[in-house]
Ligand binder design. Structure first.
Ligand SMILES: [Fe+2]
Ligand SMILES: [Fe+2]
Length: 268
């Protein structure tokens, strides 16, 4: 019997350990690729959003309570790798929530976000393995819940979700990762550099998927995408946009030059 993609997505959201969530994500993405998970046509959308499964640790704290550490010590580098691993753990949930929540979409929408979930699981596993080489594991440092909070704020609106999660939060990764790579390379940490280079390359496609579906929503609703994007930024994410931008990556990810110019004027 063919299972439902929505049931599979819910199971991945509910998976709560650092082993189970990526393992189930990879298994469900493979099952979807084999055509074993059907997209129900008439299933009503979920009425609410609940916290996905999480391990007992990391402890979630306010971002201002997270210590800032440099890369100079092994402890600082491990904390950095942990912070990125935490982003990837959340990114699995964000991708599955897009699959699960937004219904009546073209099948390509679901295929895109299943692929993103799959990539995020690989990113998490790569970073977790690297963290273990430092004698640490996922959960050993505190983390914050900002990514999932954006999922909650945009749960009612697929257009806002596509604008704010991939095109703001994931796009921020495109901007900051090259600088991290330069610092880590200078320290001779080529193993971490290699992982970040893989992530950076694949995240361009995630933001591009966000751009595609953001425009799709705008077209369907007769909304001018650039002006609406700036409105959404002010409404949901003021202070989140920072210079400098990774212009090349953002252009590949579906921003255009005129748009980047007007966003730069708003960025802090
Ligand atoms: Fe990722
Ligand atoms: Fe991503």
């Amino acid at each position: 019997m063919t299972k439902s993609l929505f049931t599979a997505a819910r199971a991945c959201l509910d998976a709560s350990t650092a082993d189970a969530k990526p393992a189930l994500t990879l298994a469900m993405a493979a099952a979807f690729a084999r055509g074993e998970l059907a997209i129900p046509v008439d299933a009503p959308p979920p009425q609410s959003i609940r916290m996905p499964g999480r391990p007992e640790r990391p402890r979630l704290v306010h971002p201002r309570d997270l210590p800032r550490r440099g890369f100079g010590t092994d402890e600082g580098r491990a904390a950095f790798i942990h912070a990125v691993a935490h982003i990837e753990f959340n990114a699995m949930d964000l991708a599955w929530d897009a699959v699960y929540r937004f219904r009546g979409m073209p099948p390509e929408f679901h295929a895109d976000w299943v692929q993103v979930a799959h990539d995020e699981a690989r990113h998490f596993n790569l970073l977790r393995a690297r963290l273990r080489e430092f004698g640490r594991d996922y959960g050993d440092f505190d983390a914050h819940n900002g990514l999932w909070e954006m999922a909650e704020k945009t749960a009612h609106d697929g257009l806002a979700r596509m604008a704010l999660v991939p095109r703001v939060l994931e796009a921020r990764g495109l901007d900051v990762t090259p600088g991290m790579i330069v610092k880590l390379r200078a320290l001779g940490d080529h193993a971490t550099v290699e992982i970040l280079e893989t992530i950076l390359r694949e995240e361009v496609a995630h933001v591009a998927a966000g751009s595609r579906w953001y425009r799709w929503h705008c077209e369907r609703a007769g909304i001018e995408p650039h002006a609406r994007f700036r409105e959404l930024l002010r409404e949901y994410a003021s202070g989140v946009l920072h210079k400098p931008f990774n212009t090349e990556a953002r252009l590949q990810a579906g921003f255009d030059l005129e748009e980047l110019g007007s966003l730069l004027a708003e960025a802090g």
